[in-house]
Design a protein around this ligand. Sequence first.
Ligand SMILES: C[S@@+](CC[C@H](N)C(=O)[O-])C[C@H]1O[C@@H](n2cnc3c(N)ncnc32)[C@H](O)[C@@H]1O
Length: 307
Amino acid sequence: MLSYQHEYHAGNFADVHKHLVLWLVLDALLARPKPFVAVDLFAGSGQYALDRGPAARSGEWREGIGRLWSLDRGPERLRVWLDAIRGLQTDPGRLMTYPGSPELIRRRLREQDQLVACELHPGAFAALQDALRTDSRCHLHRRDAREASRALFPPEPRRGLALLDPAYERVQEYVEVPEMTREIRRRWNTGIILVWYPLLEEGRHPQLRDALLSRHPGESILFSELRLSDPPRGPGLQGSGVAVLNVPWQLDRQLSETLFPAWQRLDPERRGGLFQALTLENTGGRPHFERIESIVTPARKDVTDHD
Ligand SMILES: C[S@@+](CC[C@H](N)C(=O)[O-])C[C@H]1O[C@@H](n2cnc3c(N)ncnc32)[C@H](O)[C@@H]1O
């Protein structure tokens, strides 16, 4: 049942999209000194080698982090995120490792903050333990995320985020995820919830969006979707989507500003696009997506790199 291995997909365009949204939500939590907790319900391994093993064989990261790696201009948040990834490399000039969500979160924790990470796959959990167990701010559970979405909420402290990004290899996951977000919200009315979903040709993402909207009436929800011209994982995966429930202040502006130059690099033919929809007080209607056409900060020019 647990056949999915994130090792093959680490650092691909969808990972990059999801991690940039996560990064910006962490920025919002870090803006105040009050402690926060990040609950990563489908944590994966923590860190992934790109120069050997499954990621090297699939090569998906080349069309993801590989396309952004050399950027040295652009919005500050994008540069800071890239610098964090550069800081992970043993040879700073060579991209050989990519952080999974728990490692990315861990690197941003202050003394007062915590990470709770759940992973069910025995191999991925062992790797997660190897990567994070010496850090006392990190609490690792070999646990089913569906059960954890009831048992681990509300977390202490109450301020924080939950991340849900299953592989969606089982159709049932499109139903389970909105159920999980509802269970989490029933217990934790202040948390920010992030849900990643794939945009597949003839996919189920419209139903997933609708289910999130109907399970969270009255709540602010931001959808960010990134599409590529020629998706590298074959005709199936067209793009990547992230829904943020209980949207931090100005996240929509910060996201479009940060993601637009990233999308320009990820989609050199520019036939895909970056789309956003914000419902401030969700009344259950369909989300109205707008295409992000330019970087929002007017003074900035298109992004170039140094090589
Ligand atoms: C897409 S990957 C996670 C990627 C990771 N969050 C990141 O961004 O780097 C999904 C992970 O969820 C794990 N998983 C699948 N079903 C699970 C379940 N019911 N409970 C907990 N983990 C599960 C898989 O083994 C896999 O490692």
